[in-house]
Design a protein around this ligand. Structure first.
Ligand SMILES: [Zn+2]
Length: 471
């Protein structure tokens, strides 16, 4: 018996505005895409239909068709922590809320959180997501995240993170792992998931400068070179990251990462908010990639990354939500709007960040940041069929003069109608088809309540009305 999968069926999305994100950045006014597991044609509707008689044709008039978004940085377990971390700087936020919550995580919590977080991502148009999973108080948490990614149907990178130091500055001791144990678990996950054609893969994630030592970064580099796995690390997110690196290692965290050999084309540096000119030189020279998290950086008051300067240097910058404990959702539509507006505002220059660039960061640049540009990030024949259909006929987005402008600035966030990953329909009429949404929500609600009670963080949920805080 042969496996008659979705590769047997050809789907054509016709009559749409197709934003290809290909090399020429073509936007087709009456366009169509044909695909099975991979993209077979992208072009004018009449041509695509003529070339694919017998296809399953879906009329997409009034719709935008584009490649699925690539979210380059989140922490899925934080889906259970929404609303508990308001109005705190990063170190306080981590040490009093996120850290104590992480200590209590079980595999069931991580599965429930990842299922919910990936469901949010898919229903808001994200087809590829990197989870920076850096907390392992007990075994099996990375496995639970990867299993949820697999079950819900998203393209996932489960970055197996680790903290190997930092108890002296308040990192919960339960979260500090011996380096050998962390790396052997990471290597096991890489062997298990990084197979040809696998939709879910594993990567390496030393957490941040104040929770690692020199050996951690050197051995991470060696393991990455041996396995070909992507590496990602928080770098220069908050002033504390830089100050602690100076105190521990006598240099800022980007030069320290360079000193250990960690920088390189396969390193995705998350945040880079506090970087100086010398740091940018190191990132540029090594072709290190950057993940930009505007909503999270603003929520924590961390500042803003010098993204326009990175772009002028040719540094690849992918966009991200960051974990919902500091961004409160996984919407890349929201991240795009914040990214575009933030840089216009802080530079007092409306030309410094365009809607087009925000969309590039959310798609093709993000794919490049994850080393996946050969497979996703644009609608081009031969790439995987990770395709999103948005209904642009609602009151907020109409009238549409420019599809890209409406997409970035006018959307209200619920336009996503259909989502395909590897040509498989995973969202239909705005709702998940792979997993029951009500079950996802009830499962995560129960996990969130249980976790807050065990961690004692439910006290942050019962708070005074605060028009002003402190000072
Ligand atoms: Zn992060």
């Amino acid at each position: 018996m042969t496996d008659r999968g979705p590769s047997e069926t050809v789907t054509v999305l016709s009559g749409a505005t197709v934003i290809t994100m290909d090399g020429a950045r073509r936007v087709l006014a009456d366009g169509a895409v044909a695909f099975s597991e991979s993209l077979l044609a992208v072009g004018p509707t009449a041509e695509v239909l003529a070339a694919h008689p017998g296809a399953d044709v879906i009329d997409c008039a009034g719709r935008v068709v584009l490649p699925g978004f690539v979210n380059t940085h989140t922490h899925l377990f934080q889906t259970l922590l929404k609303g508990l971390g308001d109005d705190r700087v990063l170190s306080d936020w981590f040490l009093t809320m996120t850290g104590p919550s992480a200590v209590q995580l079980t595999p069931e919590d991580c599965y429930a959180a990842a299922l919910h977080g990936c469901a949010e991502a898919l229903t808001t148009g994200t087809t590829t997501l990197l989870d920076f999973m850096y907390v392992h108080p007990r075994d099996g948490l990375g496995d639970a995240v990867a299993a949820a990614m697999s079950d819900v149907g998203i393209r996932g990178v489960m970055a197996r993170g680790y903290m190997t130091a930092g108890a002296d500055v308040g990192a919960p001791p339960e979260l500090v792992e011996p380096l050998d144990a962390a790396l052997s678990d990471a290597e096991r996950l890489i062997a298990e998931w990084n197979r040809p054609g696998s939709r879910v893969t594993a990567a390496l994630a030393p957490c941040m400068s104040w929770t690692v030592d020199e050996a951690t970064l050197r051995e991470t580099r060696a393991l990455a070179d041996r396995t070909g796995a992507l590496v990602t690390m928080h770098l220069s997110e908050s002033p504390f990251d830089v100050e602690e690196s100076m105190r521990r290692f006598g240099m800022r965290d980007v030069p320290f990462a360079a000193h250990t050999g960690l920088l390189g084309p396969d390193l995705l540096a998350a945040h880079c908010v506090q970087v100086d000119v010398a740091d940018l030189d190191l990132i540029q020279e090594s072709d290190t990639k950057v993940s930009h998290n505007p909503c999270s950086n603003l929520y924590l008051g961390s500042g803003f990354a010098p993204v326009p300067a990175m772009h002028r240097r040719g540094i690849t910058v992918g966009l991200a939500s960051d974990g919902p404990a500091s961004s409160s959702n996984h919407s890349m539509l929201q991240a795009m709007k914040f990214a575009a507006l933030l840089h216009k505002g802080v530079h007092r220059d409306p030309e410094i960040m365009t809607a087009e660039k925000a969309l590039e960061m959310a798609t093709i640049d993000g794919a490049r940041a994850l080393g996946l540009e050969h497979a996703v990030g644009s609608l081009e024949v031969g790439k995987r069929a990770d395709v999103v259909v948005l209904d642009m006929t609602n009151l907020c987005t109409t009238p549409v003069h420019s599809a890209v402008s409406s997409l970035v600035y006018s959307q209200r966030g619920d336009e996503v109608e259909r989502v395909y990953v590897d040509g498989r329909l995973v969202v239909d009429d705005g709702h998940l088809v792979t997993v029951d949404e009500a079950e996802v929500r009830s499962r995560s609600a129960a996990a969130a309540a249980g976790l807050a009670a065990r961690a004692g963080t439910d006290r942050f949920a019962h708070r005074e009305w605060r028009s002003m805080v402190g000072r």
